[in-house]
Design a binder for this molecule. Structure first.
Ligand code: GDP
Ligand code: MG
Length: 168
């Protein structure tokens, strides 16, 4: 069966936008509101002949200001943990325009404990200045694989998938 590549990260960093970009079509819901992707969304993909299953997840470490109850958040976290356990490689999405937030730090701690290979998508790198700043800041996290992406400008997507494939 196909190896699983899971897209993880806190809400609103662009996980669903990235999922749709990799697929080349809109499957997952991209939303202005935080924490909109409640259910896992999965799609079979192929990149230069290599097949995999791409999974979009709801936000890790959600601190909801919306309707969601703690129980609901707990269920989402459990679902994310399940997907992560099944995954061969994790794409961890960060928002270049926000830098590293306390929630990102929590996600980082969680990801390290999984021991899975991680590629950071330094997303919302819409221009060179934002990208350069973020690359410096994200390097401090100590992850080997960081690829700048911009889902709105469709930049870096193929490089990101290449990198993830190399870790399969
Ligand atoms: P998720 O909660 O992590 O799944 O985030 P979404 O995919 O729903 O995106 C959250 C918001 O970020 C939406 O308004 C997107 O249009 C926006 N977004 C996603 N990728 C980019 C990007 O590369 N650049 C910019 N400027 N905005 C982006
Ligand atoms: Mg989403």
């Amino acid at each position: 069966s196909r190896p699983v590549i899971a897209i993880v990260g806190r809400p609103n960093v662009g996980k669903s936008a990235l999922f749709n970009n990799i697929l080349g079509r809109r499957v997952s819901i991209v939303h202005e509101q935080s924490g909109v992707t409640r259910d896992r969304v999965a799609a079979p993909c192929e990149h230069f002949g290599q097949r995999f299953l791409l999974v979009d997840t709801g936000g890790l470490g959600i601190h909801s200001r919306e309707k969601a109850t703690d129980l609901f958040d707990g269920m989402i976290r459990e679902q994310v943990a399940e997907v992560v356990a099944e995954a061969s490689v994790l794409i961890w999405v960060l928002n270049c325009q926000d830098g590293i937030t306390p929630q990102d730090q929590e996600v980082s701690d969680f990801l390290r404990r999984t021991g899975k290979p991680v590629v950071i998508a330094a997303n919302k790198a819409d221009n060179d200045m934002v990208r350069a700043e973020a690359e410096g800041a994200f390097a401090a996290l100590g992850y080997e694989h960081i690829v700048p992406t911009s889902c709105t400008h469709r930049l870096g997507i193929s490089d990101l998938v290449d990198r993830a494939m190399q870790l399969l």
